[in-house]
Design a protein around this ligand. Structure first.
Ligand code: F0G
Length: 456
């Protein structure tokens, strides 16, 4: 390498015992107690220095200014916030697909249906590979390359693998993907194949894939790119910075995220807490995590143990992205709930399907896992945890086209046929807009139009 790698200058702190370490001392888990690590930020924090390096006003102006630049690092909606990321060495620069810079939309119909006045969606499905994973992958993959790795790997419910495969390919690295056989959407699988990953459909679930991979990376020089990798979470932090920038640094009352392996909620929460400490924002929004009833480990952990001990379970939900029973970052997520005053909630399969169609009606497409946010919000309003006058942001994590099968089956009316939810799913009929098969005549189309006009 031309210059010394800076990976080893990044300080990491164990979230269990608090030990401060580096990648070469510990790898991705604490050498003393085995718990997860997080990047110490700002890196001066442990030396007791103040944060005078961070001139919040100047940085806010600089970050906006970079949007007019054509440098790859500035065009990336992650690296334009590089002052809050661990510093990359100069040997390669970042692997970037110009991720981030995702839109914030107002959702007027969904707001009415949820019973709040101001509802927004931050759509991370508008990233280059169609999910929020790109914001973390650009950072972690860049550090993997800087550290000299030739292979990267992940276990995945589909989106991480699609993203990892793309960034590995861009960075000239090989990638190994372990996905649960038959339990992920074909769209996501096709992405991993197209980007050249060595893709293994393993006869187990996500949690089983994760167990296998932990063993494999301990035996081979392969860099693990799951969200227990603290560098991934640093990249995902920038979503919160960008969101606040889009609000002109006015703080929304609630941010609502789907929960699977719980890396995303951990990253957003870490960013918010840091932003307040550094003087970017005067207060914290409440960050709440919504899970599917069939994959509700965090909900049970909070309700049954007060967040002290993980209650893992066998996961099952049609929102396959969050079909996870043993979430890696649960401790980090509990800490975020406590720091921000957020809560947890779970939603049923039918509630998820309804919420997804309602988001669609607002002209915004997302995948089922993202729709748990709207379904959860409705419950939080009924519980008065969210006040109708408060400003709420839903984090939509994946694009509609990530799981077209779900959408087609929903509108054709056969999503729940033969399942335990069939009876309850009858309430979905008004939302179903199945395609019609017509004879090839003007009259036939006009007749359909007429009926539609009367019923609208
Ligand atoms: N939404 C989507 C679309 C996802 O793909 C995931 C996770 C989540 C939400 C949950 O985020 O794990 O950070 O709590 N997908 C992972 C994967 C597990 O392998 O693609 P989380």
């Amino acid at each position: 390498m031309a210059t010394k790698s800076r990976v080893d200058e990044v300080l990491l702190r164990c979230i269990g015992c608090g030990a401060v370490t580096t990648v070469s001392e510990s790898g991705l888990a604490c050498a003393s107690c085995g718990d997860l690590l997080e990047v110490v930020f700002p890196q001066s924090a442990d030396t007791g220095e103040n944060h005078s390096d961070f001139d919040a006003v100047a940085l806010k102006a600089l970050w906006r200014q970079r949007r007019a630049s054509q440098l790859p690092m500035d065009e990336s909606g992650v690296w334009r916030f590089r002052e809050v990321l661990p510093a990359l060495g100069e040997s390669h620069g970042p692997i970037t697909l110009r991720e981030g810079n995702t839109p914030l939309y107002e959702l007027s119909r969904c707001a009415r249906s949820a019973g709040v006045r101001q509802l927004y969606a931050k759509h991370l499905g508008m990233n280059p590979t169609g999910s929020f994973k790109d914001t973390g992958m650009t950072v972690a993959a860049s550090f993997a390359r800087e550290d000299g790795f030739r292979w990267v790997a992940c276990a995945s419910t589909g989106n991480t693998s699609a993203s990892m495969a793309a960034y590995a390919a861009r960075g000239g690295m090989r990638s190994l993907v372990l996905i649960p056989d038959g339990k992920i959407s074909w769209s996501k699988l096709s992405q991993a194949l197209d980007y050249g990953a060595l893709t293994c459909q393993v006869e187990t679930d996500f949690d089983g894939c994760m167990r296998l991979l932990s063993e494999i990376v301990s035996r081979m020089p392969i860099y693990l790119l799951n969200s227990i990798n603290p560098f991934r979470l640093e990249g995902q932090k920038t979503v919160a910075y960008e969101l606040l920038e889009q609000f002109d640094w006015r703080v929304p009352d609630h941010v609502i995220v789907p929960g699977g392996n719980l890396g995303n909620s951990s990253a957003l929460g870490k960013a918010l807490v840091e932003m307040k400490e550094l003087g970017f924002i005067p207060k914290l929004p409440k960050l709440s995590v919504i899970q599917a009833e069939g994959a509700n480990a965090l909900v049970r952990t909070v309700r049954e143990t007060g967040g002290k001990k993980l209650v893992p379970g066998k996961a099952d939900t049609m929102a396959t992205a969050i079909r996870i029973g043993n979430p890696g970052s649960w401790k980090k997520a509990v800490r975020v709930l406590e720091a921000t005053g957020g809560t947890v909630e779970q939603v049923s399969e039918v509630e998820i399907a309804l919420a997804k169609a309602e988001i669609g009606s607002d002209g915004i497409g997302c995948e089922p896992a993202s729709a748990v946010t709207l379904a959860g919000l409705k419950k939080l309003v009924l519980q008065r945890f969210v006040d109708p006058d408060e400003t709420v942001v839903l984090i939509l994590t994946g694009h509609l086209l990530k799981d077209p099968d779900f959408t087609l089956k929903f509108h054709r009316g056969d999503l729940f046929v033969g399942t335990a939810h069939e009876e309850q799913s009858k309430i979905l009929a008004p939302q179903q807009r199945g395609p019609m098969v017509l004879e090839a005549s003007v009259d036939a189309v006009l007749k359909v139009l007429e009926t539609a006009e009367k019923t609208s």
